[in-house]
Design a protein around this ligand. Structure first.
Ligand code: GAL
Length: 715
């Protein structure tokens, strides 16, 4: 008995290594709330904060658990008062912060604020360095409940001999202690994603939340990068202190509903803070339904406070299991790839005890089914399946429907126009009873041909069995440069009594191949795709882009291109119209590129790139030194040019002149004339159109028209 008690205590201690380490008693479960940054940036105001708080009460978010209403950077005036106190910006917060806090409190919510450990915030406003105690006292006197503390402009020179991490740890600890000394319970959030700083190693002793990854962007690649950068840190988090992969972008428009659903599921499974950074007053009902999924929130907020553990990860598919306080498990199947796929794990692998069967509560569809032990789903590209799994010891009085999985797989996920591939459709019965009257079908869009290669019906399919039908599928000839067709598989069957139906979609990408003399090049890690048809061109690629490295980072040089080998002689002109450019990161974009050898890997002398960046500015990057990389860069000031933008690059020996036009060539603006090192630009070069998504975790499709090299046009 005593031994058992001792073992139990030791086990509990093991379970919660960081339990309440920060010691302020806050954040027993991950904080939930709102932050203005990704919808407003520097446009925060008292009016916005109060309106958002009202909205959160009205739309049900407050009731769903979103409690903190957080002000980010830019709330303060450019300087402190004569006594050194922080002053709220008089236009944004005309009556100061205290009345805003009081108003938010009157609605039953809590107020958060932002400061910085350095001499200035990231937006250049007064930082807390040297004022920690004073600022903490100010926040407490205003009624602040949450402080997000950032890491810009830290005066490292004042700490000779100390590493960046040591200085950061010192300064964040200073503010943590100052906040505690005020006597007001204030949740402390460390925002220190600087490369080389591992805030999760010291965060648990000073903070309730610590950032793990770079600022999130409103795109799938950035969300994925922040998931991947956080998922293995599950040992650092627990009640009182949580890993923070950054704010939720759900509702901001840069990702699909499937991708936003994944973001919410992944954050919940990792027990991350759920802080919505979007315009709450303008949320679509679909986005609100994601934010208010009480079953997924319950996983995030489970009182045991154990983040999900990855039990499988290969080729871009992830399986996570999260232990819950009542002995259930939340099992998350995440398909980060661009192709829908069948994913499988088992209840035992997910950590559940042995049982005769398990109920699977699908947290997004609401369906409850029973499995004999396998947990699988056909998971869409960039999507998740999320189940709460409960062991079933006795047969139910009203039996649950058997867990069945319908899936599609194509022999080639990418084919040429007019080509044929084989698609197989599989129906698996993972329940504990058989299903009857099974019938499968496959539908393709108009213009496609589908030939079934075998029988499509089964009178009875026993528990644990599967049934597969193959089809020969032919894409129409011609069509768009690069298209995505949806193939839909359907099943009808009798699970217990009465017919049931299910359907699944598989995307099949079809391209019209690029014809000579044009060729393709791909220096990204994932296979890019290309298509050209009727004067339009499409490049689907990941890749970081073509720019010198920032802040001491190495230069980036990964992209995919459609080009004409050796076509840019000493006197030549290339031109293209960029018609769409979905890109992110710091160097993503689409435009023209010239170099000695287009297929050369990164680190082999490039020449010049002229492109529309991820922020729609016109940029030019070139190799001025003759070194192994692009080393010089310019951005045309105020050149906000959302596509269509026509770019023209004129070569005269080692000199390259860039132009751009926002009226399809009716009028031109000069970008600049630049000189590329003669060693790089001595002979004829390869030239063409390129695209890089800006992140190597994300593939996007840029489109172009009228690629012209010396008057020869790609058709
Ligand atoms: C960044 C921080 C963002 C936001 C911004 C404000 O450094 O990571 O989350 O707070 O500063 O300037």
């Amino acid at each position: 008995m005593l031994l058992a008690a001792l073992l139990c205590a030791a086990w509990l201690a093991l379970l919660a290594p960081s339990a309440l380490a920060e010691g302020n008693g806050l954040a027993a479960t991950p904080p939930m709330g709102w932050n203005d940054w990704y919808s407003e940036y520097c446009n925060v105001s008292a009016q916005l904060v109060e309106q958002t708080a009202r909205e959160m009460v009205a739309d049900g978010m407050a009731a769903a658990g979103y409690r903190y209403v957080n002000i980010d950077d830019c709330w303060m005036a450019p300087s402190r008062d004569s006594a050194g106190n922080l002053v709220p910006n008089p236009t944004r917060f005309p009556n100061g912060i205290a009345p805003v806090a009081a108003y938010v409190h009157s609605l039953g919510l809590k107020l958060g604020i932002y400061e910085d450990a350095g001499t200035a915030t990231c937006a250049g406003l007064p930082g807390s360095f040297g004022h920690e105690a004073q600022d903490a006292a100010t926040f407490a006197s205003w009624g602040v409940d949450y402080v997000k503390y950032d890491r810009c402009n830290i005066p490292y020179g004042d700490f000779p001999g100390a590493s960046q991490e040591q200085v950061d740890q010192t300064l964040f600890t200073r503010m943590s202690q100052a906040l505690r000394a005020t006597g007001r319970p204030i949740l402390f959030s460390v925002c220190d994603p600087n490369p080389g700083v591992n805030a999760w190693t010291w965060g648990p002793s000073v903070a309730n939340v610590w950032r793990t990854t770079a600022d999130i962007e409103d795109n799938y690649g950035s969300m994925l990068a922040n998931f991947e950068g956080t998922v293995d840190l599950y040992r650092s988090a627990g009640p009182g202190g949580w890993n923070d992969p950054d704010l939720l972008q759900i509702g901001n428009g840069g990702s699909t509903p499937t991708e936003y659903q994944s973001e919410f599921s992944l954050w919940a499974e990792m027990a991350a803070p759920l802080i919505a950074s979007t315009d709450v007053a303008d949320l679509s009902s679909a986005a609100l339904a994601i934010y208010e999924n009480e079953n997924v929130i319950a996983v995030d907020q489970d009182p045991l406070g154990r983040p999900g553990v990855p039990i499988w990860s290969a080729d871009g598919v992830w399986v996570l299991t999260k232990e819950l306080s009542d002995g259930d498990r939340s099992v998350l199947l995440f398909n980060s790839t661009g192709t829908a796929t069948t994913m499988t794990t088992s209840a035992r692998a997910a950590g559940l005890r042995r049982a005769r069967g398990y109920s699977l509560f699908n947290l997004w569809s609401g369906a409850v089914t029973e499995t004999g032990g396998q947990i699988s789903a056909f998971v869409p590209a960039h999507g998740v399946a999320m189940f709460r799994v409960v062991p079933q010891t006795r047969r139910q009085l009203a039996p649950l429907a058997p867990h069945t999985v319908l899936s599609l797989a194509a022999a080639d996920s990418q084919i040429d126009a007019g080509a044929t591939t084989t698609v197989s459709e599989t129906f698996a019965n993972q329940g504990t009873v058989s299903v009857k009257r099974l019938s499968l079908s496959l539908f393709a869009p108009r213009g496609w041909r589908v030939r079934r290669l075998g029988g499509a019906r089964r009178v009875r399919l026993a528990a644990g069995r599967r049934f597969t039908v193959a089809y020969s599928v032919t894409a129409p000839a011609g069509g768009p440069a690069l298209g995505l067709a949806t193939l839909t598989g359907g099943a009808s069957y009798d699970p217990v009594d009465g017919l049931d139906e299910s359907s699944v979609d598989l995307g099949e990408s079809v391209s019209v191949p690029v014809a000579g003399p044009f060729a393709t090049a791909d220096t990204t890690g994932q296979a890019a795709s290309f298509g050209a048809s009727d004067g339009s061109l499409a490049i689907s690629a990941s890749g970081l882009g073509v720019l010198p490295g920032f802040n001491g980072q190495p230069p980036v040089d990964t992209y995919a291109a459609v080009y004409e080998p050796g076509a840019a002689g000493l006197s030549s002109t290339a031109q293209v119209t960029v018609t769409s450019d979905p890109a992110g990161g710091s160097a993503g974009g689409a435009g023209l590129i010239e170099r000695d050898q287009m297929t050369a890997p990164a680190g082999s002398a490039p020449a010049v790139a002229l492109f529309v960046s991820a922020n729609n500015t016109i940029e030019m990057a070139w190799n001025a030194s003759g070194g192994p990389d692009v080393d010089t860069w310019l951005q045309v000031p105020n050149s906000y040019g959302p596509p269509p933008v026509t770019l023209r690059l004129v070569r005269d020996g080692s000199t390259f002149t860039g132009y751009f036009s926002t009226d399809r060539g009716a009028s031109w603006k000069l970008v600049d004339t630049v000189t590329v090192a003669p060693s790089v630009s001595a002979g004829a070069q390869d030239v063409g159109a390129f695209h890089a998504s800006g992140l190597d975790t994300w593939e996007t499709t840029a489109t172009f028209e009228d690629l012209l090299v010396n008057g020869a046009e790609l058709r």
